[in-house]
Write a protein that binds this ligand. Structure first.
Ligand SMILES: [Zn+2]
Length: 265
């Protein structure tokens, strides 16, 4: 069975941006893997750091169970995801264990550095999958295989300079929206926190609104997640698009985006 891994920054990011696609990949025969690089320790005004880590780990495990995904433990605290060698070695070990044909991760442009740094770490961890002279922690053997990296939509569909980011692919998540909702609801501690810190009156509604908005942009699906494919150099063949192949009619190309890529505009 091929494998797909979602690598996000914080517990609940996968549910916000990637879980629908991950669920559809599972239905298409993929083993799916779930990993948040940070442990969520700063995502609370009610608990101490160690309490928050314990609570959010349990919530993440419950969410992964709901998604039917293999859970991978977090590697560091929130706001401490930096492009750091030790973190890279540890994440590269996870990639070498999973051997994913598909890597789903954050957008290279996003509203906070934990997200953009997770993206950079995930890209290099995948890039070094076949390099025996790059040491991982713990040591894991390399393997020679193709992998394709897909970037999720940034928070608010904008980069850090407020510019709109457009998806290259739209995935129809309507059929798995209910499970995606349940998995997000497993992060119970976030209800109060997101109200306080980011003025989201309901994080569940925020996720629903986001998927409806991306759905509207797709001009085809009611609920959708958007993706951009990473450049193929060092990863796979130019034409490789395993997400489209696996999801078929549940995944459509944004023609305008593709034309712009071709024309360099
Ligand atoms: Zn996040």
């Amino acid at each position: 069975m091929p494998a797909a891994i979602a690598i996000a920054a914080h517990p609940d990011d996968i549910e916000f941006y990637m879980a629908g696609t991950l669920l559809l990949l599972k239905k298409a025969g993929y083993n799916i893997h779930y990993m948040n690089v940070a442990n969520g320790n700063c995502g609370s005004v009610d608990y101490s750091s160690s309490q928050a880590i314990a609570i959010r780990r349990k919530e993440g495990q419950a969410a992964a169970r709901i998604l039917g995904a293999t859970f991978h433990a977090s590697l560091c605290n929130d706001v401490e995801i930096v492009y750091d060698l030790k973190l890279l070695r540890r994440l590269a070990a996870v990639i070498r264990e999973v051997k994913p044909a598909i890597v789903l991760t954050h957008s290279p442009q996003d509203y906070m550095e934990d997200h953009t740094n997770t993206c950079r770490l995930a890209v290099t961890a995948a890039f070094s999958r076949g390099m025996p002279n790059f040491q991982t922690i713990p040591t894991r053997t390399t393997a020679d295989y193709d992998t394709t990296v897909y970037h999720a939509m940034p928070h608010g569909l904008r980069d850090q300079l407020r510019r709109r980011i457009t998806a290259g692919l739209y995935v129809n998540t309507a059929s798995v929206q209910k499970i995606k909702h349940e998995a997000l609801a497993a992060h119970k501690s976030q209800q109060n926190w997101l109200d306080t810190s980011q003025g989201m009156n309901s994080y569940l509604k925020a996720m629903e609104d986001a998927s409806l908005e991306v759905g509207k942009l797709s001009k085809k699906f009611k609920h959708a997640e958007g993706w951009r494919r990473h450049l193929h150099y060092g990863f796979c063949s130019e034409k490789a698009d395993p997400l489209r192949e696996a999801l078929r009619r549940n995944c459509i190309v944004n023609g305008t985006y593709e034309r712009r890529l071709r024309d360099g505009s």
